[in-house]
Design a protein around this ligand. Structure first.
Ligand code: MEV
Length: 390
């Protein structure tokens, strides 16, 4: 019995931090991926890389365990292996990629009961999705009924397993719930949705014309309700002629710390919300440029976005050095993700020159094209491992 699922990391072109306050943003799935491998084991405790899983060190896995694998419903302990090439706490969505890949693996291994003859999520007897309103992805605890749709469950007829049971929407939703739990209740759905769907994902405060709408997400934060409209932007015109060069400073920078820092700055000086709104305006300009395939203008929006992020206090000298080095050979460069360290990204038509310049300035680089695949179940052998109601 074994399930293996993988998901890409992500890189943000515009709008990080401001998106937590509901402003627009765009993120791109990158080539680097994380793979999660799970197998059932005897005994009471979960294992990670052969040692006992420490829930406090792995809040993402722990939260998913409550949503999808309740011990109280008889789910067996699991052994987990994680492999991949996305560095941790570097702004490339390693925790979101891990969460959505783990979510897909657990769902493939558990399967999903459905009610025959009803299409779409209306026929689900269990699960979480943007159109399912009777289970709560953000609140569930280790409860035998977590994620069970009580009205439907008595009518369950067929059990889907493996890839057939997996829903990208569900993985993105649970990924967001898990990120929100790990970031003290403050997280946009950007990272989880990009790692789940792949491609180029646009978040907005409005329904965007001419692009595919995926779903709406809402999250109650301490200072109010946030709503995001998520869209699949598709491959931008001319997107096959530009590259993203990602430069890693090597400075460890957990997202939760940076997100809390920005929230605190705004709590102390509420007028700084203007800076958040300006990032939103810049992102909107960048989105228009992306839609037109005008990459010179996309690069300019990235440069302006960096000026604002620096003003917010989330850049650092190491990031500034790499961004400066990328300047002459690229269309635009900025930090990507939460900042405070981690990675920068440059948009360029000359990836070799940009990568060399960043490396010379002390960064480690990855080159990524646009249009990378999202979540995938690679192996689902002898599933289900377990299922509620069997
Ligand atoms: C982190 O990759 C992006 C942030 O905007 C946080 C979030 O969107 O939840 C800093």
């Amino acid at each position: 019995m074994k399930v293996e699922a993988s998901a890409p990391g992500k890189c943000i072109l515009f709008g990080e931090h401001a998106v937590v306050f509901g402003q627009p943003a765009v993120a791109v799935a990158i080539e680097q991926r994380i793979t999660v491998i799970i197998e059932p084991i005897e005994g009471e405790y979960w294992k990670l890389e052969g040692g006992r899983l420490d829930a406090s060190k792995h809040p993402h896995l722990n939260t998913l365990r409550h949503r999808l694998w309740p011990k109280s419903a008889g789910a067996p302990a699991l052994s987990i292996h994680i492999k991949g090439d996305i560095p941790r706490a570097s702004g490339l969505g390693s925790s979101a990629a891990l969460s959505v890949a783990a979510c897909a693996a657990l769902r493939a291994a558990r399967g999903r009961w459905i009610t025959e003859n009803v299409t779409g999520t209306d026929g689900w007897a269990e699960g979480y999705a943007s159109t399912v309103t009777d289970t709560d992805a953000f609140e569930a605890k280790d409860d035998p009924e977590a994620g069970i749709r009580l009205d439907q469950f008595d009518k369950r007829e067929r059990h889907l397993v493996g890839n057939e049971a997996v829903s990208i929407d569900e993985c993105a939703l649970l990924g967001h719930a898990v990120e929100a739990a790990a970031q003290g209740g403050r997280a946009s759905p950007m990272d989880a949705s990009t790692c789940a769907h792949g491609g180029v994902v646009l978040l907005s405060d409005v329904l965007e014309p001419e692009v595919e709408h995926l779903y709406q997400r809402r999250l109650a934060m301490r200072d109010g309700m946030r709503t995001w409209e998520l869209h699949d932007l598709g491959m931008p015109k001319g997107g096959d002629e530009v590259y993203l060069v990602i430069g890693n400073t090597g400075v460890y920078a957990p997202t939760a710390v940076q997100v809390a820092k920005v929230a605190e700055a705004i709590r102390i000086e509420p007028q700084r919300m203007k800076e958040i709104e300006t990032i939103g305006t810049i992102a909107r300009r960048g989105i228009l440029a992306l839609k037109k395939g005008d990459f010179e203008a996309v690069g300019r929006a990235m440069i302006e976005n960096q000026v604002m992020l620096k003003g917010l206090g989330v850049s650092c000298p190491e990031l500034d050095t790499l961004i400066r080095a990328a300047g002459p050979s690229s269309l635009g460069a900025k930090l990507t993700g939460a900042g405070g360290g981690g990675c920068m990204v440059a948009l360029t038509k000359n990836p070799k020159a940009t990568s060399e310049a960043i490396e010379l300035a002390g960064g480690r680089t990855h080159i990524s094209k646009f249009g990378n695949l999202g979540l995938r179940v690679e192996v689902a052998k002898d599933v289900p491992f377990w299922s509620p109601g069997q």
